[in-house]
Ligand binder design. Structure first.
Ligand code: ACO
Length: 448
């Protein structure tokens, strides 16, 4: 199979959200901390009616329907998630209901988990399968589904929730450049979920930021050296049209892109102008560790990268700023944003992706874009995703109601023997929702 990659995408996020500006006032932090400091506009969250299983049922059903894909045509289904509802039973098995109904139970794959990286692991598995000798000619399907919730405190505004489904096959409009993958994996305790009685992670925020940037540097180095080996020329950010980052919050994305520019400066890339060289010159002597701690470098590199950020990154930021961190779905929601904003001009372009999951696992890889055939054309993908309407039709909850919902969900986490509220008025038709968890912890869902 050639040009293996993403044929179709759909995205779902809950219709319930809270404005970051209102959350700032409610939390009593200084005005601008979440909106400018973190760079976030809005945060989506699941009410008691929704969870990672319902969101994944919703998005998979929607993708199959809207692109008219027969469930029998799926041969591999992989789920990336870090929201563990059952420690043994995969979310993939939940999704099998859709396929079993159509008479197809011959589907490989289970769930992949490592913080926000599981979606990328799932995607690599599917792409590798289509490129392998085990491929039986059918499509792969990747699902990223997460509800990111934090305890009260500084991390809470970096929550979010969404599910994304991606159809994988040959001759894709979004084709993997399979040879250019750079990976960095290591053992760290920056963010983890050791308390099985709670949905909230234990997080060392500052350490997670540094780990993210160090992983970015190393993945970029590995990506560049593979590119250079195959292409016989240096890679720099001028070789790609867009850079898409895992997006816990927008400020980190701004810092990350500036970091890539600093890397290019250190590697003596020819596109860097004399003026920029002079501005970054004083930081040449910093050790690696010092460079992660230098506020001055952070400031100057963001300044010199600003015009390139506006061109190559800003179009990728819409959904992550509006929905928040979606963990495994975050990177792909940023990718959805550039498809939404730029679908008519992407042909022939290269898009570089950076995936990071705490703990840690990280990879940099890239897509080459070409126009696919209906229904897998870029313009149809943008139409199906319908991002603007989904964002605009949301219901803004006041912060008090958001906090109340978080409290209820804390009680419900790991609980049994309850039914959910009957009011589904905020959900769009076709949305799956949780109705009941019985005395044996079995979950029941219905479709609106
Ligand atoms: N106006 C404008 N900016 C402000 C204001 C204000 N009133 N107040 C603060 N800021 C800025 C700060 O200067 C800082 O920006 P800077 O880093 O450019 O200097 C930013 O807002 C955040 O303020 P901090 O004081 O650094 O925030 P705090 O430490 O309270 O929390 C953190 C931020 C650590 C990111 C926290 O939200 C967190 O732990 N989140 C979860 C972990 C996370 O997302 N890590 C990322 C990678 S791992 C993953 O994806 C889970």
């Amino acid at each position: 199979a050639t040009n293996v990659g993403i044929l179709a995408i759909d995205i779902y996020f809950p219709p319930t959200c809270v404005q970051q500006e209102e959350l700032e006032a409610h939390d009593g932090v200084s005005k601008g901390k979440y909106t400018i400091g973190l760079g976030q506009d809005c945060l989506a969250f699941c009410t008691e009616l929704e969870d990672v299983i319902s969101m994944s049922l919703t998005v998979v059903t929607s993708l199959l329907e809207k692109y008219q894909v027969d469930p029998k045509q799926i041969g591999r289904l992989e789920v990336g998630t870090e929201t563990v509802i059952d420690k043994s039973k995969s979310i993939k098995t939940w999704l099998m209901q859709i396929f079993a109904e159509a008479g197809n139970t011959d589907i490989e794959g289970v769930d992949s988990t490592n913080a926000c990286y599981g979606g990328t692991a799932a995607l690599f598995n599917c792409v590798n399968w289509v490129e392998s000798k085990s491929w039986d000619g059918r499509y792969g399907l990747v699902v990223c589904t997460d509800s990111a919730v934090y305890a009260e405190g500084p991390a809470r505004p970096t929550g979010g929730a969404a599910a994304i489904a991606m159809l994988i096959g040959p001759n894709a409009p979004i084709a993997f450049e399979s040879k250019y993958r750079g990976t960095h994996m290591a053992h760290v305790y920056d963010f983890y979920k050791p308390d099985l009685a709670s949905e909230y992670p234990v997080v060392d925020g500052k350490l997670s930021q540094t780990c993210y940037l160090m992983a970015l540097d190393l993945c970029y180095k590995n990506y560049c050296s593979k590119y250079e080996k195959f292409e016989g020329k240096q890679f720099s950010i001028s070789e790609a049209d867009y850079f898409v980052f895992h997006s816990p919050y927008n400020k980190l994305v701004q810092k990350s892109f500036a970091r890539l520019c600093f890397n290019d400066f250190l590697r003596n890339s020819s596109y860097i102008e004399k003026e920029v060289r002079e501005k970054l010159g004083p930081f040449l002597t910093l050790s690696g560790d010092e460079s992660y701690q230098s506020r001055e470098l952070e400031k100057v590199s963001q300044q010199v990268a600003k015009h390139l950020y506006d061109e190559k990154v800003q179009p990728t930021t819409l959904v992550p700023k509006q929905v928040g961190n979606m963990y495994t779905a975050s990177l792909y929601a940023a990718f959805v944003s550039v498809l939404h904003n730029k679908h008519s001009t992407l042909c022939g372009q290269r898009i570089v992706m950076f995936s990071y999951g705490s703990g840690l696992a990280s990879s940099m890889f890239s897509f080459k874009i070409q126009d696919g055939q209906h229904p897998f054309s870029l313009s149809n993908i943008a139409t199906v995703m319908n991002v603007s309407e989904k964002l605009e039709s949301r219901h803004v909850f006041p912060p008090e109601k958001f906090v109340e919902t978080m409290k209820l969900m804390e009680h419900r986490y790991g609980a049994k023997d309850f039914v959910t509220g009957k009011d589904t008025s905020l959900l769009a038709p076709g949305t799956y929702y949780l109705t009941e968890v019985d005395s044996l912890y079995r979950r029941f869902y219905a479709k609106k």
